[in-house]
Design a protein around this ligand. Structure first.
Ligand SMILES: Cc1cc2nc3c(=O)[nH]c(=O)nc-3n(C[C@H](O)[C@H](O)[C@H](O)COP(=O)(O)O)c2cc1C
Length: 198
């Protein structure tokens, strides 16, 4: 019966999680971030290589600079969009930069370290892609745990990859090490107008 209670608790968290894009201004306490990280670190990972990390950005200036980088890139892409698709693109891209309004943004970063390719006599493009995909899949597991952990703690968030159209610029702004990539940005905070205030 204990397992039943665990299942029900998990189901409740999963069912109540929804992508949230508007937050109130309350900061996310450090201990909440630590608790989210603790759950994130239980994530499975491919190829026996846990090459990922979390960078938490709460500085308003840094977030504004990240937003500007995304907006700039969005503008560049907008110029190339087919005329009949401009409206659709605008609606789509609206969800690329809202992350910067959250009190905290967790950047999930990874390094696509070689595994199988180390065993080959020469580089193989297909294997390199497979290796990179494995890291992206691993970071996706982390992202899900971050979202569920946030939900369990009375916060809300959203899995954001749209902003990664400006991945290089964002990487420079948050100073990710050379050779690392950003898998996702996860804005988190207390839902605007919500009752999740404990
Ligand atoms: C890989 C991935 C990337 C996503 N990127 C974005 C994004 O850039 N912007 C956004 O607002 N939502 C993004 N989402 C959230 C989806 O829009 C959302 O999960 C989906 O509409 C289902 O809604 P729900 O999360 O409330 O169940 C992303 C979700 C996933 C899984």
């Amino acid at each position: 019966m204990k397992h039943c209670a665990d299942y029900e608790a998990l189901l409740k968290i999963c069912e109540s999680r929804r992508s949230t894009r508007t937050f109130d201004s309350r900061p996310v306490p450090e201990e909440i971030i630590e608790r989210i990280k603790k759950i994130a670190h239980t994530s499975p990972y491919a190829s026996g290589r846990k090459k990922w990390d979390m960078i938490v950005v709460a500085d308003r200036e840094a977030l504004a600079a990240m937003r500007m980088a995304v907006d700039r890139r969005t503008g560049e892409i907008q110029d190339k969009i087919r005329p009949d698709m401009k409206g659709s693109f605008d609606a789509y891209a609206r969800n690329f930069s809202f992350f910067a309004t959250a009190p905290a943004v967790i950047a999930l970063v990874f390094r696509a370290a070689p595994s199988l390719s180390l065993m080959l006599p020469e580089p193989d493009g297909g294997i390199l892609q497979w290796e990179r995909d494995n890291y992206v899949k691993s970071i996706s597991c982390v992202a899900m745990l971050v979202l569920l952990a946030a939900e369990s703690l009375g916060l809300a968030g959203c899995y954001v990859t749209g902003a990664l159209i400006a991945e290089n610029e964002i990487g420079r702004l948050i100073r990710i090490p050379q050779g690392w990539s950003i898998g996702a940005l996860i804005p988190i905070g207390y839902k605007a107008g919500g009752n999740n205030d404990d």
